[in-house]
Design a protein around this ligand. Structure first.
Ligand code: FES
Ligand SMILES: [Fe+2]
Length: 334
C-alpha cells in the first residue's frame, strides 16, 4: 500500500452505534467502534493483554472493552481501565493498542494509513460528492485479487468490447483512439488521474496516439484519485463511484455507488434497484476475468507487454510507484 494517504475503507453504516465491529483491511485485523458522540474510531483488533479480539467485546462509553478481562481502550488506543487492578490504580502506558485516525464523509469511513501528523491533508473526494442534489445507492463485492488489479480494470479502455460485449462495450468498438489523459499532482499526495476515451469500430483506419487526440473541454469520463477512489462521469445527473478497499495482498472489496437525482421515493427505489442490478452484472463480467490475472499485484516494472491504449494503466503504475518511492517506508511495499 502507499503510505501517508487517506483510504476509503468501508461504509459508515457498517459501524453500528453501540457495538464494535471487526474487519480486515490493509492486511490487518481492525476493530471499529463509535464513541459517545458517534465519532468513529479504529484500532488493531488485538488486545495487548493476552491477544483476544477487541471486536468480540463491547463499547463502554468512549472506549472499546476487551471481552476477556475487561481492559478498556480509548479512541487513541490508550488503555484507560484494567478492572483487576481496581478503579483507583493508574494504568501503565505500555498497555496500548495501535490506533488509526479515522474521518467520515459521504457515508464513507476514511482511515489514515501512515505517520500520525499534527494536521492531515484533505480527504480524497470528487466535486460531485459534495453536491446536495445527489442521492446514492451502494453495492459491494469482494474480489479475490490485489486492489491494484481491480483499480487497473477500471482504467482499462481496451477490454470494453470483449469483457462487456453485451453491455457497456457493445458495438464492436475494438479500435482504441488515444486515450487522452491528464495527471495532476495534488498537495498531500491525493493525485488525480483523468482520461477521455474514444473507441471506434475498426474500418481499417489507424488509431490516434494519445498525443494526437484533439483538445477537448468535455468533462473527463474517468477520474481516479489516489490512493483508491474512482469516478465515471455519466452526465450532469448521474455518476458512478467506486472505492477499492484493500483487504490484504490477495483480496479487496469494491464499493460501487451510483449518485443520481431521482429523489421521489418510489421512483428512487425502482431506479436504484435496476441500477444496482445493472452495475452488479457489469462488475461480475469484470471480476470473472480480473481474478485470473497473474501476478495479483501490479508493479511499474513487471514484464507485461503493454500497448498504447493502456496509457491510463501505465500512468497509474507510474504515479503509484512515484508515491511509494516518495516515502522511504514504502519502498518494499505495493
Ligand atoms: S486479553 Fe484482553 S483483557 Fe485480557
Ligand atoms: Fe469492465
Amino acid at each position: 500500500m502507499i503510505h501517508n494517504q487517506w483510504y476509503a475503507l468501508l461504509e459508515s453504516k457498517q459501524i453500528p452505534r453501540h457495538r464494535p465491529v471487526g474487519v480486515t483491511r490493509m492486511g490487518e485485523k481492525m476493530v471499529f467502534w463509535r464513541d459517545m458522540q458517534g465519532k468513529a474510531a479504529c484500532a488493531v483488533d488485538l488486545c495487548p493483554h493476552r491477544g483476544a479480539a477487541l471486536s468480540a467485546g463491547k463499547v463502554q462509553g468512549d472506549c472499546v472493552e476487551c471481552p476477556f478481562h475487561g481492559f478498556q481502550f480509548d479512541v487513541r488506543g490508550r488503555c484507560t481501565f484494567i478492572p483487576a487492578i481496581g478503579r483507583t490504580a493508574e494504568v501503565p502506558q505500555a498497555f496500548r493498542v495501535r490506533s488509526y485516525p479515522v474521518m467520515e464523509k459521504h457515508g464513507l469511513v476514511y482511515m489514515w494509513w501512515g505517520e500520525p501528523r499534527a494536521e492531515y491533508p484533505p480527504l480524497p473526494e470528487f466535486d460531485f460528492m459534495t453536491d446536495s442534489r445527489y442521492v446514492f445507492a451502494t453495492i459491494r463485492d469482494r474480489w479475490k485479487t490485489h486492489y491494484s488489479r481491480a483499480i487497473e480494470n477500471q482504467l482499462d479502455v481496451v477490454h470494453l468490447p470483449f469483457v462487456h460485449a453485451n453491455t457497456i462495450g457493445s458495438g464492436n468498438k475494438t479500435l482504441v483512439n488515444g486515450p487522452r489523459y491528464r495527471i495532476t499532482d495534488q498537495p498531500g499526495g491525493m493525485d488525480l488521474l483523468e482520461f477521455w476515451f474514444d473507441n471506434k469500430v475498426d474500418q481499417g483506419q489507424k488509431p490516434r496516439k494519445p498525443a494526437e487526440m484533439p483538445p477537448t473541454d468535455d468533462h473527463p469520463l474517468i477520474q481516479f484519485r489516489f490512493p483508491n477512489t474512482w469516478h465515471n462521469w455519466l452526465g450532469d445527473t448521474f455518476h458512478l463511484f467506486i472505492t477499492f478497499a484493500p483487504v490484504d495482498d490477495e483480496n479487496c472489496i469494491l464499493y460501487i455507488r451510483m449518485y443520481h437525482t431521482v429523489r421521489l421515493p418510489v421512483a428512487r427505489q425502482i431506479f436504484e434497484l435496476l441500477g444496482n442490478i445493472g452495475n452488479f452484472y457489469i462488475e461480475r463480467q469484470d471480476r470473472r476475468v480480473v481474478v485470473t490475472q497473474q501476478p495479483l499485484r501490479t508493479e511499474l516494472r513487471m514484464g507485461e507487454k503493454l500497448i498504447t491504449g493502456d496509457a491510463p494503466i501505465i500512468e497509474y503504475r507510474r504515479q503509484r510507484h512515484k508515491l511509494i518511492q516518495g516515502d522511504g517506508r514504502n519502498r518494499e511495499e505495493g
